[in-house]
Design a protein around this ligand. Structure first.
Ligand code: PLP
Length: 395
């Protein structure tokens, strides 16, 4: 029987160290030496496993991290990257050349990469809404080979049906990639639900401390191997020191995320009761449209909560500016709680009519719930919504 997730977070992939360290050492080197040309060629030609050159990923610190990541996602293989966008780009270059459908809201950078740069190279990309499954299917029937989705989505927390969409993709011999950044492997296992790849901005929950930038792609060996050459030649390799920091963070992933799930639930419930809040987006709320699906395909509802403030975009900006514990910063998944107004940060690059089509109103604030006490976070939100603070302008 395979070990539990918490055990794998601590132990999977770690390599034995001659000095007895319980952690994989940091091989902070760009290259590795060989006793002879014959030994070097064995590794270069793939006859023997071994360390060779760090940009290739053939570095024990990176390989140990990748073994841990593969284990957490239940994947045959995982590659680590220098950022989440680097992981996405390598995937799109490798498996997206017949066309890519992006289903539902996604991180603004992903939408930009697909809608601008990848399109510039002549690849067909289609940025569809989560409910446009029929349209997605007709694109697949036209030969599109890759579907990308986030679930829960950024920032509306829409929950998409991974199993149903995977079946749709496979009927058309297409591949499904799920961005699991918001859920993390603690709350969701896309590969077990039929997805072909999982991608992460490891900058978020996997890193967990807002101090590293990294990315992950995981999946089946036959699909992952061709991505290796793209990563190698795009040069989008994670650094050994960052790999060691990410391994360090993964050891506490379960305790962090489970705590963030509980605190986010409390924050969402408090926001649902607040008179100045028009709407709360959180899969853990029983009346949220994606609640039942989230219960079926997730093990926890996550640490991200979005709210719509009464009074429109300017009122939301005033609330964001008044928050004290929630820092105004465009990221998520760290120990410290963060707030962003998507129209000014993550989705600022989208035209206003496209934001409106996606249900991202100017009055929306996205909260990344950290590891502080729930009562303190709720008190901070309440003072900002009530306009009781003197910092950051007037109501
Ligand atoms: N995917 C999601 C859901 C994100 O939120 C982000 C960044 O915010 C990315 C991908 C890109 O990750 P990175 O910033 O590590 O390149």
């Amino acid at each position: 029987m395979s070990e539990g997730l918490s055990t794998r977070c601590v132990h999977a992939g770690e390599i034995e160290d001659a000095h007895g360290s319980p952690h994989t050492p940091i091989y902070n080197t760009t290259t590795f030496k060989f006793p002879s040309t014959a030994d070097l060629l064995d590794v270069v030609d793939g006859r023997k496993p071994g360390s060779l050159y760090t940009r290739y990923g053939l570095n024990p610190t990176i390989q140990a991290l990748e073994a841990k990541l593969a284990s957490l996602e239940g994947a045959e293989m995982a590659w680590a990257f220098c950022s989440g966008m680097a992981a996405e780009a390598a995937l799109f270059f490798t498996h997206g050349r017949e066309g890519i459908v992006c289903l539902g809201d996604a991180y603004g950078g992903t939408l930009e990469l697909l809608g601008d740069q990848i399109r510039m190279l002549g690849t067909r990309t289609h940025l569809l809404l989560g409910r446009e499954l029929d349209l997605a299917e007709s694109r697949l029937a036209d030969g599109c080979g890759l579907v990308f989705l986030e679930t829960p989505t950024n920032p509306t927390l829409e929950v998409l049906d991974i199993r149903r969409i995977a079946d749709m993709c496979h009927r058309h011999a297409a591949l499904l990639v799920v961005d699991n950044t918001f859920a993390s492997p603690v709350n969701q296992s896309p590969l077990a639900l039929g997805a072909d790849f999982v991608v992460h901005s490891a900058t978020k929950y996997l890193g967990g401390h807002s101090d590293i930038t990294a990315g992950v792609l995981a999946g089946r060996k036959d699909l992952m191997m061709p991505v290796w050459a793209w990563r190698k030649n795009l040069g989008s390799m994670i650094a050994p020191e960052t790999a060691a920091l990410l391994s360090r963070s993964l050891r506490t992933l379960v305790v962090r995320v489970e705590r963030q799930n509980r605190t986010a639930q409390a924050v969402a419930e408090a926001m649902a009761r607040h008179a100045q809040v028009a709407r709360v987006y959180y899969p853990g709320l029983p009346d949220f449209p994606g609640h039942e699906l989230a219960r079926a395909q997730m093990q926890g509802f996550g640490g991200m909560v979005s709210i719509e403030v009464k009074g429109g975009g300017e009122a939301a900006t005033r609330v964001a500016d008044r928050l004290k514990l929630f820092a105004l910063a465009p990221s998520l998944g760290g120990a410290e709680s963060l707030v962003t107004q998507p129209c000014t940060t993550t989705h600022h690059g989208l035209p206003p009519e496209e934001r409106a089509r996606r249900g991202i109103s100017d009055a929306m604030l996205r909260l990344s719930v950290g590891l502080e006490d729930a009562a303190d976070l709720i008190a901070d939100l309440e003072q900002a919504l009530d306009g009781t603070s003197r910092r950051g302008g007037t109501t």
